[in-house]
Write a protein that binds this ligand. Structure first.
Ligand code: CO
Length: 658
């Protein structure tokens, strides 16, 4: 039982071995839950020292919750030596919400007399199709919640098993439950006795094909064929595509992680250099804070990485539906809460996409045209976190660009109102149904190693030269680069008006025009920051989202932007705490943390299921290459150019070069 590389994906056998070691040591008492068993990634130094053929040391981290108390035990298990090599007891913090406990709490709700009574007031006496959603509780200083692991449950009514429950919120009923003991602490009915509760919305709204109304009949098939196969290879978790090379990793919280991203640079004379760009990239955290101030909705916020887990919530993908064309799927292994291997088949989807024009020019003197197709390698996974879907799509392009696109879809979190009423903090969707405003704020952790680890971060933006002797025509502007030398200087906001971006350069590696080689982080989409007040509960807990950019020097244990255990945390962990040291950045091994996302004012068109909305960013070479790296892409072979329609048709013959 050996793996090929220190970063090879965790295997089911390793999970089994780890569990056996934990059992033998008596670390998994009856009633304990195993929060995770994850690969301990080797540090950068360890990876640099490792060569093919060397032994592959493997260690995993197990996080065990022995019982209802706020005690967790973190154990590092050596798989090779089959022994525990490190043991740490963590007091006073909470793990992510556990599935088994959440289920028990849902059952406890349906059996509680106050819950049954609250639903009866709303005309619901048959609880068969009541849908109960446990939410992370946040931290609001309730005395009864001290020392406990809490979920707040909200409810919806389905008309039958497959109905869309979010169409009928059971408004005003919130259950505070203890996940550790499975007890209901309190059923809160926000409709005071003697008043009429907000009724269920009068109509349902389903999104499946049987309930969408007449379906279109004029969509003809699109087939994507690659008759000679794909242009990438996957060996273990090592991906090679064109000049790119990288390893795929997996984390229960971050989901897909990318490691050791390299590009083999071919100089015009044909010489090749394998060059480092990114050591590790992932989504380190995300938060969805809601903007309604009322007591029924105002507590709602969710850290979907730290409180749920973008890896844990990932679903298997289906050929032809989620992914089109020649697809390579990768299964991932995590651990169940009992410590058995939990394999998610087809969790990661990989394929190539034609991406339109890569570059083109028509010489108007000779009427010669040169055009090349753009193509990208797509590595993706999709997490279903409660009502929402989040797709994380990493793109690698022929021209050296790296892009992350996050696709948001799924179902809005809804609120019931009286028919005809609305609130300033929500959008009406249907009679008696609104959706509160909210944000989806992601934080990508980007450990760039641009031609090595000693890097520098510069903020680059347009500087207008005042009209005067230097700019007599008043037209002058130039790029201004400011070195972000300390952590305190590197807490930055985007500025579209000045085209602000951040360039990571290697000051010791100069290019052919004597500039340091670099890669640039470009905000390409909307970049809201956290709107909640800094002193608010979520404002304290989601400090990472108050700036678009943070930069830290590499530290292996600084992984998650809101800290390791955001669930019910008081806040301040993660980036705000680490950067308080105000460490030096210039010439260091820098890690960029980029917060981006969407402020969502829901639309009627987002209902009953939301058309995919997009956010993300771009990493583009800036003086990393000597010239357009896609110059060597050959012209496409003459295709059947279907005249007169077809966007790339040129009437036959060689399409792409004359
Ligand atoms: Co939304």
């Amino acid at each position: 039982m050996t793996v090929a590389h220190p970063l090879s994906l965790l295997t089911p056998e390793e999970v089994t071995t780890a569990k056996a070691v934990l059992d033998a040591a008596g670390e998994v008492p009856d009633g304990a839950s195993i929060v995770h068993i994850i690969l301990v990634e080797p540090t950068k130094d360890e990876l640099a020292a490792w060569s093919p053929g060397d032994p592959v040391p493997r260690r995993v981290e197990a996080l065990v919750v022995p019982g209802p108390a706020l005690t967790m035990v973190k154990l590092i298990v050596s798989i090779d030596e089959e022994r525990i090599v490190q043991r740490e007891v963590i007091e006073g913090q909470r793990p992510t919400l556990l599935m088994g406990e959440s289920f028990l709490v849902m059952v406890a709700c349906t059996q509680h007399p106050d819950y049954i009574a609250a639903l009866a007031r709303r005309g619901i006496t048959d609880l068969t199709h009541v849908q109960i959603d446990p939410w992370p509780a946040g931290s609001f200083g309730y005395a009864a919640e001290e020392g406990r692991r809490i979920a707040r449950c909200i409810s919806f009514l389905r008309m039958d098993e497959t109905d869309n429950g979010y169409a009928r919120p059971i408004e005003g009923v919130i259950v505070h439950a203890d996940l550790g003991t499975g007890e209901v602490i309190e059923v809160i009915d926000h409709a005071p006795p003697g008043t009429d509760p907000i009724p269920l919305a009068p109509q349902g709204s389903r999104y499946d094909a049987d309930h969408a109304g007449p379906l279109r009949t004029d969509l003809r098939p699109i087939h994507i064929t690659q008759p000679e196969g794909v242009s990438f290879t996957v060996e273990d978790n090592l991906v090679r595509w064109q000049k790119w090379e990288m390893r795929m990793g997996w984390d229960p919280y971050e989901g897909l992680t990318l490691h050791q991203v390299h590009y083999t640079d071919t100089a015009p004379d044909g010489s090749e250099r394998r060059r480092s760009i990114l050591h590790r990239a992932s989504i380190s955290e995300m938060v969805v804070p809601y903007g309604d101030p009322g007591e029924v909705q105002g507590w709602k916020n969710a850290f979907d990485a730290g409180e749920w887990g973008l890896g844990r919530m990932t679903q298997s993908l289906t050929l032809g539906c989620d992914c089109l064309g020649e697809i390579h799927y990768t299964d991932v292994t995590m651990a169940t809460e009992q410590g058995t291997p939990w394999v998610v088949p087809n969790a990661i989807c990989m394929h190539e996409e034609d991406f339109g024009i890569g570059w083109k020019h028509v010489d108007l003197l000779t009427n010669r045209h040169e055009v090349r197709r753009s193509r990208r390698l797509v590595i993706s996974h999709i997490a279903t976190v409660g009502n929402y879907e989040y797709g994380f799509f990493w793109y690698f392009y022929l021209d050296g660009n790296i892009q992350l696109e996050v696709k948001l879809t799924g179902i809005l979190s809804t609120q019931g109102v009286r028919v005809g009423e609305s609130t300033p903090f929500s959008s009406p969707l249907a009679p008696g149904l609104v959706a509160p405003v909210h944000q989806h704020l992601f934080c990508a952790r980007l450990d760039l190693d641009v031609d090595g680890t000693a890097n520098r971060v510069e903020e680059v933006e347009a500087e207008v030269v005042p009209m005067g002797p230097e700019a007599p025509w008043g037209n002058a502007f130039r790029p201004k680069a400011t070195v972000l030398a300390k952590e305190s200087e590197a807490k930055r906001l985007t500025n579209p008006a000045t085209s602000r971006s951040w360039r990571v350069v290697n000051p010791d590696k100069r290019n052919h025009v004597d500039r340091p080689v670099g890669y640039k982080l470009i905000p390409t989409m909307s970049t809201p920051t956290l709107l909640a007040h800094p002193e608010s509960s979520v404002g304290q807990r989601a400090g990472f989202a108050r700036h678009n950019l943070w930069v830290t020097p590499y530290a292996p244990d600084e992984r998650r932007a809101a800290g390791e255990f955001p669930n019910q945390s008081a806040g301040g962990d993660g980036l705000p705490a680490w950067t308080a040291a105000d460490r030096d950045l210039d010439g260091e091994d820098v890690v960029l943390w980029y917060s981006f996302g969407i402020t969502h004012f829901p639309r009627p068109e987002d209902w009953p299921v939301m058309p995919t909305e997009y956010t993300g960013f771009l990493l583009a070479p800036f003086g990393f290459f000597e010239r357009n790296p896609a110059l060597d892409v050959p012209p496409s072979p003459p295709g059947p150019c279907h005249a007169p329609s077809g966007d790339d048709a040129d009437g036959g013959g060689g399409c792409c070069s004359t």
